[in-house]
Design a binder for this molecule. Sequence first.
Ligand code: GRF
Length: 218
Amino acid sequence: MTLSLLKVGVLISGRGSNLKALLDYQSKNRCHFEVSVVLSDKAEAAGLKYAEERGIPTVVVSRRPKSLTSEAFNAELVESLKPFAPELIVLAGFMRIIGANFLEAFSGNVVNIHPSLLPLFPGADGQAQAVAAKVLESGCTVHYVVPEVDAGPTIAQCRVPVLPEDTVDTLSARILQQEHQVLPAVVEAIAQGAVTQGQDGGVIFADSVKDTPLGKFL
Ligand code: GRF
């Protein structure tokens, strides 16, 4: 019997190590998803190479002209993704704000990975904020996306210690290791139907989630 794979669109802006983690997971496991397209808002995003190496289609949609409204830019993103029919969108270091029209087009099936324990330290520099605040622990959060930045319902979090001698770089590296584990686990759990979003936007975990790779993170 052939397995029907959930088509995933991954949006990046730079390095793409989380994209690589998803693609490595896909090639090493009998998983229930496949990355069907990778979109970047920057043609020079290093991470695009991971898709190209594997023959996965890539699309670049840059926000030009700068006068383009956020709504029009989001509409362009939707149009560019449509031919690849992604059923789940993963924001993996995508540095643009996702609008309500984008979320509607994908029925809210959009997740983001953020390098802090949300609701602490939202925004572009989650790791730097954690170091500056001298907290004892930080981590990463995978959450459903809502129009407010880094504010949607949490699917999973991973914790790491923040050491007194940590710099932004050492903490970022420690968090990133966890990101690379938990993001594929969340995508796989969604692909297996073990994580869904309720009518009210809340996260629903089926009992079967404990048998998915996400089980060990919950
Ligand atoms: C990650 O730290 C992710 O949490 C944040 O942006 C960074 C992207 O890194 N949203 P990479 O491009 O996946 O290497």
